[in-house]
Each structure stands twice: as C-alpha cells, then as structure tokens.
Design a protein around this ligand. Structure first.
Ligand SMILES: Cc1cc2nc3c(=O)[nH]c(=O)nc-3n(C[C@H](O)[C@H](O)[C@H](O)COP(=O)(O)O)c2cc1C
Length: 155
C-alpha cells in the first residue's frame, strides 16, 4: 500500500516508533525503535540493533504493527503489514540499510533490517482532538509543553 506524503513526512519527523510482533506461541511483544525510515514508495525499514525477540517473532510470524506519534502535536499513525528480516549477507542488505545508516551513525551496528510491507494505515489522534475540536495547533502544542514540562527552543 502506498504511503502518502503526510505519513512519510510524519514518519521522518517522529523520534521513536513502537514495533509490535507476535511469537510462535501467540504471545504479543512490543518494543521501541529509534532507527526507522520510510523505504521506497510503500514500505518502511527498521534497524535491528538490539531486538532479538522482534527478529525471532517475525521469522515465525510476519504479521507486525508499527505505531509512531508526535508527542507534542499528539497524533500519529498506525501501520500494519507483513515484515521480513534481511541479514547482512542478504544481497540487497546495503540498499535496505541505506536510509537507516545516516540515523544510526557509525556507533551502532545494524545486525538485520526489518522490512515492513505496509498493508493498512490508520490515523492515531489523542482524545483531546475529539473533546476540544476547536483548539488551534498552537494551543495544542502549548498544552503538551505544559503537560511534559518542556519549552520549545527559541529560534
Ligand atoms: C529510545 C530507544 C530507542 C531504541 N531504538 C532501537 C532501534 O532502533 N533498534 C533496536 O534494535 N533497538 C532499539 N532499542 C532497544 C530495544 O527497544 C530493546 O533492546 C528491546 O528490549 C528489544 O526488544 P525486542 O527484542 O523485543 O525487540 C531502543 C530502545 C530505546 C529505549
């Protein structure tokens, strides 16, 4: 499924995603990943740096769900699909790893690339969008800064 510009640009700006997988025994597993990026037109890639359970699960059951949000704007996306694990000896490893290398830098070794073929995309909105539909984006940002006790860096 094609990822539109909004999904791609919000993914590029998000600092963290959450990858959910299912084990062979049906047990769910979820863990955060910082090194992820849109790939080609339809997919995303995630770096396995320290994610043995995610990798093991995907090899047993390819179904995954990935979510990411902008904590300040309080919205994001949920992407569901099927994943595969590409090892360093895979012939396309360098191509799949390319968008992850600039994020990972040289300190973190990418052991595998988790390649997600996205099949379904849905929006995630904080409940405040429904409860306070007339709030401006600036008002939402200010509320989030207050909630998290942070200040935006001045230009
Ligand atoms: C902020 C943050 C970012 C992380 N980014 C990644 C990442 O990009 N890739 C990775 O493999 N592990 C990353 N981790 C580590 C995994 O989430 C962690 O090792 C986790 O236990 C892996 O679980 P799993 O084997 O169930 O996937 C990150 C952890 C944190 C807290």
């Amino acid at each position: 499924m094609r990822l539109n510009e909004t999904v791609r640009s919000e993914m590029e700006k998000a600092v963290l995603c959450w990858l959910a997988t299912v084990g062979g025994d049906g047990d769910p597993n979820v863990s955060p990943k910082e090194i992820f990026a849109p790939f080609a037109e339809d997919d995303l890639v995630i770096a396995d740096i320290a994610s043995p359970i995610s990798v093991r699960n995907i090899r047993l059951n390819p179904k995954v769900c990935v979510s990411f949000i902008d904590v300040f704007r309080q919205c994001g996306f949920k992407l569901a699909g099927e994943a595969s694990v590409i090892g360093r000896d895979g012939e396309d490893f360098a191509d799949f790893a390319a968008p992850l290398r600039s994020k990972a830098g040289t300190a973190f070794e990418i052991r595998h690339v988790i390649h997600v073929r996205v099949e379904r995309v849905s929006r995630i909105w904080a409940p405040s969008y429904a409860v306070f539909p007339n709030r401006s984006e600036q008002e939402r940002l200010e509320e989030a800064y207050r909630t998290y006790g942070v200040q935006p860096r001045s230009a």
